[in-house]
Design a binder for this molecule. Structure first.
Ligand SMILES: Cc1cc2nc3c(=O)[nH]c(=O)nc-3n(C[C@H](O)[C@H](O)[C@H](O)COP(=O)(O)OP(=O)(O)OC[C@H]3O[C@@H](n4cnc5c(N)ncnc54)[C@H](O)[C@@H]3O)c2cc1C
Length: 264
């Protein structure tokens, strides 16, 4: 199986996010970055399928600036066979539609049987790119999978997704796109030998012209969506600490809920 996992580098979950001074992006000063956690599920599932079948290849693919190479090296260190880094100054200002077009063009360069995306990127949270790429490539997809079984001889797969109060089981023909949900697997950590080996693994850098995409077709003037503002949520008012013995504190809590919050 030829497997691709599209991964986004995102600010680490513990980062304190503040809007930038122009209010249109986040302030990236001092942020540390990780592979989007939902995308790690895609990489891990690719590795598991390759191990189960005893054959195949896993390619990690990402769009972004120079720093994104670190995220791709992490994917190589856990076992991916190669990486593709799409880097081009013209991508600065591209919206989600352009990002999907660029990924679709890169994915079309190879005959992938299975393409994984995260369910969502935890920074911009659109939850759109995988499904958008499936549409652009004319491939079937299942969104938010938490279990996957591959039937390689029949070029079929069976995927589970959690719906309200039940599990939906879907059969799909390959090639196909899956977006990964929590519960699909437990991503492995990179071992020291894995980190050393990653340095020797191939990382191909592609520009927009390598993908036959013109820079002016993905610039901000062609964007179908525009971020107008990013703002912090309103500051929360300070909490109240109720002093006294437990019985006094309970009595005071009930009074406050009744007289001030008016919820009782
Ligand atoms: C260099 C760069 C500059 C950008 N500039 C702008 C801008 O100026 N204005 C603007 O509106 N938007 C811009 N974008 C697009 C925007 O930041 C989001 O990346 C885009 O809208 C996708 O939304 P999302 O991240 O919420 O992805 P989701 O739809 O939530 O992501 C779903 C999945 O898609 C995959 N994916 C998402 N992004 C990437 C990626 N970069 N590489 C590989 N896989 C990916 C991952 O598997 C992810 O889990 C830019 C993006 C990049 C990479």
């Amino acid at each position: 199986m030829n497997i691709a996992a599209c991964i986004k580098q995102v600010p680490a979950t513990e980062s304190k996010i503040r809007p930038s001074t122009d209010g249109k992006d986040i302030d990236r000063t001092g942020l540390s970055y990780v592979v989007n956690p939902y995308d790690e599920f895609g990489v891990e599932e690719g590795l598991k399928i390759k191990e189960q079948l005893g054959d195949g290849s896993v390619t990690a693919i990402s769009i972004g600036g120079e720093k994104v190479a670190e995220a791709l090296r992490t994917c190589l260190a856990v076992g991916s066979d190669q990486a593709i880094h799409i880097q081009d100054d013209a991508i600065e200002g591209s919206d989600g539609h352009a990002i999907a077009r660029i990924l679709a063009a890169a994915l079309k360069k190879s005959d992938y049987d299975i393409i994984f995306f995260g369910r969502q990127a935890i920074d911009d949270d659109s939850g759109a790119i995988g499904i958008h790429v499936a549409d652009l490539m004319g491939l079937p997809h299942v969104a938010g999978i938490n279990k996957l079984e591959i039937i390689p001889d029949e070029k079929r797969a069976v995927a589970n997704r959690q719906i309200e109060g039940a599990t939906e089981v879907i059969e799909i023909s390959l090639p196909a796109i899956f977006t990964c949900q929590k519960g699909l697997n437990e991503p492995r950590y990179a071992s020291l030998p894995g980190i050393m080996k990653a340095k020797q693994k191939p990382m191909t850098v592609l520009s927009l012209s390598d993908l036959e995409i013109s820079a002016d077709s993905v610039d901000s003037s062609k964007a179908k969506t525009t971020v107008i503002k990013i703002e912090s949520p309103p500051a929360r008012s300070a909490g109240i600490i109720i002093e006294g013995s437990p019985s006094e504190a309970v009595a005071e809590l009930i009074r406050l809920l009744r007289e001030e919050a008016k919820v009782l």
